[in-house]
Design a protein around this ligand. Structure first.
Ligand SMILES: [Zn+2]
Ligand SMILES: [Zn+2]
Length: 152
């Protein structure tokens, strides 16, 4: 259903994996959910629910925030979009579905994907400290992005 491809982002010195919907029309979705999915798929950023709402309204005038919010939950539960929770900030929605990490800019809030293997030793150590059986580890790099560094 989905076609994935990788590209190298020299600006961020990262390999970014992107997903493109091969045929979004084959999904049995209501037109509201379809619009919300399209907004996320077509964005090259991670979007808040409010941003999704603003864009979805352009595709489907009259769609309510509640409907957008419910659609986001549905799409997330169906595994069609990713959701990122960063503490107390608003959740962000992600078109990329495979496990990946994020770097967040502490100046402008930009969030970029990081493709990186976690050393098994780090996973084991975190699990041993927490006394958990490990399943996955998420890593968030906080720092200053290249655009903000340039502006300084
Ligand atoms: Zn920045
Ligand atoms: Zn992401």
């Amino acid at each position: 259903m989905f076609l994935d491809y990788n590209y190298y982002d020299s600006k961020y010195n990262l390999t970014v994996q992107k997903y493109a919907v091969k045929d979004i029309e084959t999904l049995a979705l209501t037109k509201q959910r379809h619009s919300v999915l399209r907004v996320i798929r077509e964005s090259d950023r991670h979007l808040t629910a409010n941003e999704v709402f603003e864009d979805a309204r352009r595709l489907l005038p009259g769609i309510s925030f509640a409907t957008v919010y419910n659609s986001l939950r549905y799409l997330k539960n169906e595994g069609l979009i990713g959701e990122i929770r960063l503490g107390t900030d608003a959740n962000l929605y992600d078109r990329k579905l495979t496990r990946h990490d994020h770097a967040i800019c502490t100046k402008c809030g930009k969030l970029v994907d990081i493709e990186m293997e976690h050393p098994q030793e780090l996973v084991n150590r975190a699990a041993s400290i927490a006394k958990f059986r490990p399943e996955s580890l998420e890593f968030t790099l906080r720092g200053v992005c290249p655009d903000c560094l340039e502006r300084d």
